[in-house]
Design a protein around this ligand. Structure first.
Ligand code: BES
Ligand code: MN
Ligand code: ZN
Length: 525
């Protein structure tokens, strides 16, 4: 290839940046900007009382949630609206601090006084501090790796003020906030990187380099190794590409692990649709983000050691691009997935489920922890446009064959404010995945696309407690929005880290009972 890419190009610049966080009961010295939280009702706080509601309203500031108004001076004071009731949840605090950090974009150091907030209601100071850090750091995230002249001011320091009694609880929150913000920023970096700058081969190299820094082991499977494994889904999707595929297995093994969790990520480095070529529109142009699932899995794993996670976690990143060419998989071709099930490819743009199928089977076979298969499998994939049609860009679809896994995913999503909504794994639609020439077809009918894709994946989990996240709608933000930044959102990275950190083994009996399925009708077709 005759394309010039700077050999010194760094696909993960966020890891080179850091924000210092200080926590003190004393007012901070010399911040560039200070937040003043203002509810839309009730008494004005000290920083705004002299101005009065009327003058604020005349300037367009009513105190509505996340509204901001700059009051010039040194330090710059930024009024941040907190709505009628003020800040009541950690999600609202994350949002409010993000609004502040964006409004004070020229300030390299920010101060937030959490004393009054923590004195009201029953806050866990650690969780509040964590949310504040995530809000500030992620709001100031930027992707300028390929810009000659970065146009934004870095956030060097965040000064938090809290009462002395909360100091100890806050300490853990500082560490968690910094780790989780870095985790999401890493996922954003990886997904924002253009497809040629981050091919499957390069992604594997980046992971091999980073894994040891975070207490992880990485094993990379090249084309030959995938042939030996019989990973026909990943190889079939890769067939049209001049770039080799890579499967990257990432392992986190704490001493004396308490359970084993497998995470599978869709790593389509670029999804052109293949022979079923996508039209050249904005949706197609977003397909460098089609590896967000794999980016989320790896990024989440970089947090595990620092969060002190006791569960062993194995990540399976299924990476290739999906290209049309003379060697590409054709409509009507039949692929043999790891383990022997055959799939007729009726649409090469339904490629995610093909690469994920190999990963799911390999995960179910993995008895490297306690000689048993994993206690649960969670997969994450930018799988269907239907997920975006159904839930938009703020909520991801979740499906599961196990209520305990579903509930733990919902709890993690609640903690990170990465919304998910459970869809039914309705086995009555499974007939649509029948094929006349193979065990399965890779597409069903026109409707219920989210469910059909999940039912397809469910054929490969062999009854293991399993949850599936379809993040097609949430992978990208069109514009900066509080702690989400335009481009890749990093959705799922914090969620999976929180999920792993709180993971409890589900009871195996619960698996596959969701749609009243019996062993008999779980045979494919
Ligand atoms: N990567 C896409 C899904 C996608 C669409 C992600 C929009 C983000 C935004 C996936 O590989 C795909 O093309 N899915 C097809 C499946 C269909 C052919 C059954 C789709 O959703 O159209
Ligand atoms: Mn596709
Ligand atoms: Zn895709």
């Amino acid at each position: 290839m005759t394309v010039v890419i700077d050999p010194a190009f760094d696909p993960v610049p966020s890891l080179e940046r850091s924000t210092r966080v200080s926590v003190s009961h004393r007012p901070p010295e010399g911040p560039g900007a200070t937040a003043v939280f203002v509810a839309s009702e009730g008494e004005l706080p000290g920083g705004a009382s002299r101005i009065g509601r009327e003058a604020l309203a005349a300037a367009g500031f009513t105190g509505a949630a996340n509204q901001t108004l700059l009051l010039p001076g040194a330090p710059l004071r930024v009024l941040v609206g907190t709505g009628e009731k003020g800040i009541e949840t950690d999600a609202q605090l994350r949002d409010a601090v993000a609004a502040f950090a964006r409004a004070a974009r020229e300030a390299g150091s920010l101060a937030v006084d959490l004393t009054d907030l923590l004195a009201s209601g029953d806050w866990d100071a650690g969780i509040a501090v964590q949310a504040a850090i995530e809000g500030a750091v992620l709001a100031r995230y930027r992707y300028d790796a390929l810009k000659g002249d970065p146009s934004t001011v870095a956030l060097d320091e965040l000064m938090l003020q809290i009462a002395e009694e909360h100091a100890e609880a806050a300490e853990f929150g500082v560490e968690r906030g910094l780790v989780l913000a870095r985790t999401a920023a890493l996922a954003r970096d990886l997904a924002n990187t253009p497809p040629r700058h981050l091919s499957a081969v390069k992604f594997a190299e980046v992971i091999e380099r980073l894994a040891p820094e975070f207490g992880l082991e990485a094993k990379v499977f090249d084309r030959q190794a995938l042939i030996e494994l019989g990973a026909g889904g990943l190889l079939g999707v890769n067939a049209g590409s001049v770039e080799e595929p890579r499967m990257i297995k990432v392992s986190y093994r704490p001493a004396d692990p308490d359970g084993h969790l497998a995470l599978i990520g869709k790593g389509i480095m670029y999804d052109s649709g293949g022979i079923s070529l996508k039209p050249s529109n904005a949706m197609h142009a977003a397909m460098k983000f089609d590896m967000m699932g794999a980016a989320a899995v790896f990024s989440s794993m970089t947090a595990l050691r620092e969060l002190g996670v006791a569960t062993a976690v194995t990540g399976w990143l299924m990476c290739t691009d999906n290209m049309p060419s003379g060697s590409a998989t054709k409509l009507g071709d039949v692929l043999t997935i790891r383990g022997g099930k055959t799939v007729e490819v009726k649409n090469t743009d339904a490629e995610g489920r093909l690469v994920m199928a190999d990963g799911l089977v390999l995960a179910t076979e993995d008895d490297s922890v306690a000689d048993r298969r994993p206690d649960a499998i969670v997969d994450i994939a930018t799988l269907t446009g239907a997920a975006m049609m159904a839930l938009g860009t703020r909520t991801a679809a979740m499906l599961a064959n196990n209520d305990a896994v579903a509930a733990q995913l919902e709890a993690a999503a609640e903690a990170t404010d990465e919304n998910i909504w459970r869809f039914p794994l309705d086995h009555r639609y499974r007939d649509q995945l029948k094929s006349s020439t193979a065990d399965l077809s890779n597409i069903g009918g026109q409707y219920a696309g989210v469910i059909l894709a999940a039912l397809f994946l469910g054929e490969f989990v062999d009854g293991t407690p399993w949850g599936h996240l379809d993040i097609a709608g949430t992978m990208q933000a069109e514009s900066d929005d509080l702690w989400r930044s335009a481009g890749s959102t990093g959705f799922g990275a914090r969620l999976l880290a929180e999920f792993a950190a709180a993971f409890e083994k589900p009871r195996v009996e619960e698996a596959d009972t969701e749609a009243g399925e019996t062993a008999e009708d779980s045979e494919p077709c």
